[in-house]
Design a protein around this ligand. Structure first.
Ligand code: DC
Length: 250
């Protein structure tokens, strides 16, 4: 009697829950990292971590407190007094900053640009490195960002680099805004995205690039379901007894 598909899936998820892997998803803005990380984490019963939300929270606090985003001493003080927490409920991530909910406020276009700007400062990256590693303590996480596989979790077991054309990413971001009841012109959204990607890719510290050994997925013409399936297959391949990577220590 052959084993049925649901039994096979159950075995796969049980192994994953026991192994508590670190799965990283890096890539430019609008490539679908958040949706896919959340879905993958849900399917594997792992915790989803959005590292970009940390940089966005710093940016929002910089704006609220009137700190000069190029003044390292003030940025350092600000990062050290940041009180941040995340809550996940049915796939929705709630972000609290200094006791107030900022889930939507950190997604505003001006905060996106400011987040990219503060993320190029060494003091900010240094302050957030420990926070991110503590969030990932013990594994069993799907974590998304720009340098998850290259710098923050270089020993992660499975790494992805998710990309898509600028046009597709701009359209997706506009759809997301529309779903939140906000309307922004496609041209302006695409221009902001192009600037941010170019800054994130060209900065000296932790630039956006695929990690060694990352699976590169171009999602331009793929559905979300297809990408999740491809990611699950990559995780399965990693876990297969014949995988050379499988017994690598973290
Ligand atoms: O993923 P996001 O769009 O929410 O990220 C906002 C900005 O934060 C992005 O432009 C670059 C920065 N960022 C980073 O430098 N490193 C990360 N790991 C995540 C985000």
């Amino acid at each position: 009697m052959g084993l049925d598909k649901s039994y096979y899936l159950w075995c796969f998820i049980t192994i994953l829950m026991e192994r508590k892997l670190i799965i990283t998803i890096d890539g430019p803005s609008g490539a679908g990292k958040s949706t896919l990380s959340r879905l993958l984490a849900e399917k594997l019963n792992y915790t989803y971590i959005d590292s970009g939300a940390l940089y966005r929270a710093v940016a929002l606090k910089v704006k609220q407190s009137g700190v000069d985003p190029d003044d390292d001493a003030s940025l350092c003080r600000l990062c050290n007094t940041l009180i941040l927490s995340f809550q996940q409920d049915k796939g929705r991530l709630t972000v609290m900053l200094d006791g107030r909910e900022v889930t939507d406020a950190i997604r505003a276009p001006e905060i996106s640009l400011l987040a990219s700007r503060v993320s190029s400062r060494k003091v900010v990256r240094d302050a957030l490195l420990g926070v991110q590693r503590r969030l990932g303590d013990g594994g069993g996480i799907v974590v998304e960002g720009r340098d998850m596989g290259t710098v923050v979790f270089p020993a992660a077991e499975v790494k992805f680099f998710l990309d898509a054309s600028l046009e597709a990413r701009g359209r997706r971001r506009c759809d997301q805004y529309r779903a939140q009841g906000k309307t922004y012109a496609l041209g302006a959204v695409t221009r902001d995205m192009e600037k941010r990607d170019s800054d994130d890719t060209q900065r000296a510290l932790s630039p956006l690039k695929p990690a060694d050994g990352a699976f590169i997925i171009d999602s331009t013409d793929m559905s979300i379901e297809d990408v999740v399936e491809e990611m699950l297959k990559a995780v399965e391949r990693y876990l297969s007894p014949s995988s050379k990577l499988n017994n690598r220590g973290r």
